[in-house]
Design a protein. Structure first.
Ligand code: IPM
Ligand code: MN
Length: 353
């Protein structure tokens, strides 16, 4: 019997509620297919930090290497210095496990979920590959004369040729499996460091003559994503720009309640999470939408090679929205977090048995 070891890190705010539902969906898949998901829960996040003073110890990161995958809920809490836990836990996992791909599908399941006029599922179906271990996120920089009128703050934007090459190889390979069009999004006209990307993209692209190479500056890309989202199939971009354009992408697919991501190093333990934050205001109310967390579990299944189960989970989410059993991805759609989990589990069971 196949068995996977999964580290579950529910985290802060709405993280635990939505993760509970994602785990239920995994368990349902397990019941129907006989695949086992051996889960180990980790308590790290704001409460754990406030109780113990421990953010995310190195031993835990090292332990994570022993799993097949990691499922994360959300991290962030207003009681704690801005960004501290996010850097320790989210960036800690991304950087130390070298998860250089942040895969973020933007797929509209039903026209009624889209805020754009006259756009339907045939127009919004792209995937953004966000670089995940470089750029402004490396933490290189600091403060000088902090707290004085002469204060200087510096943060370096880092791009490497090795990083660009492995990123673009992954992106072209994925484009080959999708619509054979790859759009690189950067800001080479103003930020000259991106010249490295321009050259690497061109060179790696030579090995993929079947893939149409396209390019957009990030400001224009935001415009096109709203005006003509159908132009995009596979998109590759930098860490910061990918962070920004995928929030825009989440809105055109129906909201943050539907946007999931995979932090991936092909062939190694990888981490899956909704792209929304911890939404502390909504924590504990059983109103948060668990679909993004469920779709993160779906991406995990796909990554593990459980494609049929992944398709069943996506189908369950999609049909529940299309048929209106879940009216929208909003936290105020009248359904409880657990009700939405029930609906998806029932549909997964129907499709897998
Ligand atoms: C995301 C989040 C994180 C990021 C934060 C929480 C550090 O916004 O995954 O998109 O900026 O990468
Ligand atoms: Mn973000």
């Amino acid at each position: 019997m196949k068995s996977y070891r999964v580290a579950v890190l529910p985290g802060d705010g709405i993280g635990p509620e939505v993760t509970t539902q994602a785990v239920r969906v995994l368990d349902t898949v397990g019941e129907c297919t006989g695949v086992r998901f051996e889960k180990t829960h980790y308590p790290h996040g704001a409460d754990h930090y406030l109780a113990t003073g421990e953010a995310f110890p190195q031993e835990v990161i090292d332990e994570m290497r022993g799993y097949d995958a990691i499922l994360l809920g959300a991290i962030g809490d207003p009681r704690i210095e801005v960004g501290m836990l996010e850097r320790a836990i989210i960036a800690g996992i991304r950087f130390q496990l070298d998860l250089f791909i942040n895969l973020r599908p933007i797929k509209l399941f039903d026209a009624k979920l889209c805020p754009l006029k006259d756009k339907g599922p045939e127009h919004v179906n792209m995937v953004v590959i966000r670089e995940n271990t470089e750029d402004l996120y490396t933490g290189m920089g600091g403060f000088f004369k902090k707290g004085t009128p002469d204060e200087i703050a510096v943060q370096e934007m880092l791009l490497t040729r090795r990083g660009a090459d492995r990123l673009f190889k992954y992106a072209f390979d994925l484009a080959m499996k999708r619509g054979k069009k790859l759009t690189m999004v950067d800001k080479a006209n103003a930020v000259r460091a991106f010249d490295l990307w321009t050259r690497a993209f061109e060179e790696i692209g030579q090995d993929y003559p079947e893939v149409e190479r396209d390019h957009a500056y990030v400001d224009a890309a935001c415009m096109w994503m709203v005006k003509n989202p159908e132009w995009f199939d596979t998109v590759v971009t930098s860490n910061v720009f990918g962070d920004i354009i995928t929030d825009l992408g989440a809105m055109i697919q129906g909201g943050m309640g539907l946007a999931a991501s995979g932090n991936i190093h092909p062939g190694k333990v990888s981490m899956f999470e909704p792209i929304h934050g911890s939404a502390p205001k909504y924590a504990g109310q059983n109103t948060a939408n668990p679909l993004a967390a469920i779709l993160a579990a779906q991406m995990m299944l796909d990554f593990l090679g459980e494609e049929a189960s992944a398709a069943a989970v996506e189908g369950a989410v999609s049909s529940s929205l299309v048929e209106g059993e879940i009216p929208s991805a909003s936290a105020r759609n009248g359904l409880g977090t657990d009700d939405m989990g029930d609906i998806v589990c029932r549909r997964v069971r129907e499709s897998l048995s």
